[in-house]
Design a protein around this ligand. Structure first.
Ligand code: AMP
Length: 393
């Protein structure tokens, strides 16, 4: 099935047209700076053609029109597109699984938007635009939170007054669920029936872990929002929640300033004082920068600590899989994290760890108690699979 996958942000819109059977990506791109000066579209086709289109993108509707024009020029008019999959960041309490777009399901995306205001409103608008512009094409909502929907109550509940959490729908929602689902599926294909308990490690500029048993999620490190858990590129991850009150009361920061600080000015960027990108931090550490080295040490320590926490949720683990920008590309950081888990019998083979490839691969030593893999994630393909499952003829 030919599926167009759309991932809309407040000022961007990523797209990918792919085939679920052959997994071929026909075209992909990103509309950037929507509603801001200097907007453009970076577009690529599978024959190697690339272009940067400097066009005015006052709103998402204009961006989508351009995307469909670019696809038509590449030989894929609307007739050739059999379904559209929309990534939705926050599905709240409505999306235990992906759903076909109707007035009702679209209303749910807006209803839960206060939990992710920067994303959900834009995503809902884009879904509505696609429905109105191309009424013959079916649309599917794939929420990033769905995979975590059924984690046990002891894992999702927050120890706050019940009336407060009930009224405000406070719970652990998690994120990166579509990626964790794909990582499970690929690990299972790779290892066959030998794997039951997997700690999936999505380590990119945003990072989270998921404790998966036989395809079902048992716990995850992100919480009410994607700020919780691991130390990330610019996000602080778990800290004492009272730090927020202290910063407001004693530091004189407004709540919005604290929000920005914790999401955009913290994490590896703050620790290294140099960059949020782990390549720069690895380079700095290798050149003797003590702050960069501390950023790496803390990343290994916290990631190892939370992997052990996920393993506890699973009461043991057979496998762990590294994925996303850092997990797929940095042998140094994989080795650093694995070293923290040596006491649990995790051991990677240094030669296998050096291999670079776009394929899933094993990097654990023969005598490791836990199989360690690198699994390149593919959220777009996972979304397209859901579209096929719901709309495929
Ligand atoms: P993602 O959010 O999954 O696209 O991951 C982006 C992050 O992956 C970047 O900010 C880098 O920190 C990291 N990354 C990408 N390539 C490499 C690499 N070759 N070595 C180390 N880190 C990398």
């Amino acid at each position: 099935m030919r599926v167009l996958v759309i991932n809309a942000g407040s000022s961007s819109l990523k797209y990918q047209l792919l085939d679920t059977k052959s997994k071929e990506v026909f075209a992909k791109g990103n509309c950037e700076r929507i509603g801001i000066d200097g907007s453009f579209i970076g577009h690529e086709e599978n024959d190697g053609g690339k272009q940067k289109l400097e066009v005015e993108l006052p709103d998402h509707k204009t961006a989508i029109k351009h995307v469909f024009d670019l696809l038509a020029q590449a030989g894929f008019d609307t007739e050739a597109i059999e379904g559209i999959g929309h990534r939705v960041v926050q599905g709240g309490w409505y999306f235990p699984e992906s759903k076909v777009v109707t007035d009702e399901t679209l209303g749910w995306v807006r209803e839960v938007a206060p939990l992710a205001p920067l994303h959900n409103y834009a995503e809902a608008d884009v879904i509505e635009i696609c429905r109105n512009m191309f009424p013959s094409i079916g649309n599917v909502i794939v929420a990033d939170t769905s995979f975590h929907y059924d984690i046990p109550e002891k894992a999702w509940r927050y120890a706050l007054p019940r009336d407060v959490v009930d009224r405000l729908h406070i719970r652990k929602y998690g994120a990166h669920g579509t990626s964790h689902r794909y990582i499970w599926r690929t690990t299972r294909e790779f290892l066959g029936g030998d794997v039951h308990k997997l700690v999936s490690c999505h380590l990119g500029s945003g990072a989270s872990l998921s404790a998966i048993e036989d395809g079902r999620d048992k716990d995850t490190t992100m919480g009410l929002t994607p700020l919780d858990g691991l130390i990330m590129g610019t996000r602080c991850g778990t800290i004492d929640p009272a730090t927020v009150c202290y910063l407001v009361r004693e530091g004189g920061y407004s709540i919005d300033e604290v929000d920005t600080m914790m999401n955009k000015q913290a994490g590896m960027l703050a620790l290294s004082g140099r960059s949020s990108d782990s390549r720069d931090i690895e380079e700095g550490a290798a050149a003797g920068d003590a702050n960069c080295q501390m950023a790496l040490d803390m990343f290994y320590y916290r990631t190892g600590q939370l992997i052990a926490e996920m393993a506890q949720s699973l009461q043991g683990f057979d496998a762990m899989a590294f994925s996303a920008g850092i997990g797929e590309n940095s042998a140094t950081m994989r080795a650093g994290v694995a070293q923290e888990l040596a006491w649990l019998g995790v051991k990677i083979d240094p030669e296998l760890n050096k291999v670079r490839s776009d394929e899933a691969r094993l990097i654990s030593a023969a005598d490791s108690k836990v199989k360690v893999l690198v699994v390149p994630t593919n959220e777009e393909l996972m979304i397209a699979y859901d579209v096929e499952a719901l709309l495929g003829r």
